[in-house]
Design a protein around this ligand. Structure first.
Ligand code: SF4
Length: 262
């Protein structure tokens, strides 16, 4: 990787494996690197645990950035209209705005953990003082290297990868149906909370997290979902033989964006 100039250097952690591996990769190379985490307030407990582990094991400070208004306030302002892949208002207000506010007008390098074996676009700020940098792409690091960085540093993977394939809010609409079933098993309280945001009454517009059905309808056919998942991928749930759901679903999971899932 090329030497950089006097700008600030910022790495935004999503709570996912790639940005964590990038922290491992860079923390000796860029001593003044700033680590930030945009906390929607609706992250998984495992994510907070993982960030705590990163602080302890890498000896870094992670600045937690919060949105000015929380999700519930935004939801009210949006008339109860849940965010979806087609109307993804949440990323802007919960993640991108707090980040850009934190950066202000400073000129910075913003480090992004997209790997050399991936074909996806990163968060490209419309602000020209924020210059994206892609060290894994520049240096040709692929998935096996990320695994190696995490395992050899002792950090390992976030625990949620055993039952879910991506980081982000517990109610994220990018989850596959099997991941909703897993959320119900792992965190029934969070599943119930996600249900409360849906509007499924007969006299009102229907707003649901998962396409075509509400969470209560989805969980009623839990066994069927587990069965259909087994048909697609012939393994048990919850990471048998050390496999993580990110490995199993990785190729077929809809990728949200690198702000939330990296
Ligand atoms: S994780 Fe999902 S729900 Fe949360 S801000 Fe990102 S896209 Fe929206």
């Amino acid at each position: 990787m090329k030497k950089s100039d006097e700008r600030r250097h910022v790495l935004s952690l999503s709570g996912g494996k790639d940005s964590a591996a990038l922290a491992v990769y860079l923390h000796d190379k860029i001593p003044n690197l700033e680590y930030v985490f945009m906390d929607t307030g609706y992250e998984l407990p495992e994510t907070y645990d993982f960030l705590q582990r990163m602080r302890a094991m890498l000896g870094i400070e992670i600045k937690v950035l919060k949105p000015k208004r929380d999700f519930e306030t935004w939801l009210e302002l949006k008339g109860g209209y849940l965010p979806s892949p087609f109307k993804r208002w949440c990323t802007d207000v919960l993640k991108i705005s707090p980040y850009e506010l934190y950066i202000g007008n400073d000129k910075i390098f913003s480090y992004i953990g997209i790997r050399a074996d991936e074909d996806r676009e990163g968060y490209l700020s419309s602000k020209d003082n924020i210059i994206p940098r892609y060290p894994f792409i520049e240096d040709g690091l692929v998935y096996a290297d990320i695994e190696n960085l995490l395992e050899s540093s002792g950090l390992g993977f976030p625990e949620y990868y055993k039952w879910r394939s991506r980081s982000g809010c517990f109610f994220c609409f990018f989850q596959q149906k099997i991941e909703w079933v897993n959320l119900h098993n792992e965190h029934p309280d969070l599943f119930k909370k996600a249900m409360e945001y849906e509007k499924v009454g007969k006299d009102q517009k229907r707003f649901t997290w998962s396409q075509e059905e509400s969470l209560s309808e989805l969980i009623e056919r839990k066994e069927q979902i587990i069965e259909s998942f087994k048909d697609k991928v012939p393994v048990k749930l919850n990471g048998p033989n050390g496999r993580k759901l990110v490995d199993i679903l990785g190729g077929c999971t809809q990728r949200a964006c690198i702000v939330c899932d990296l």
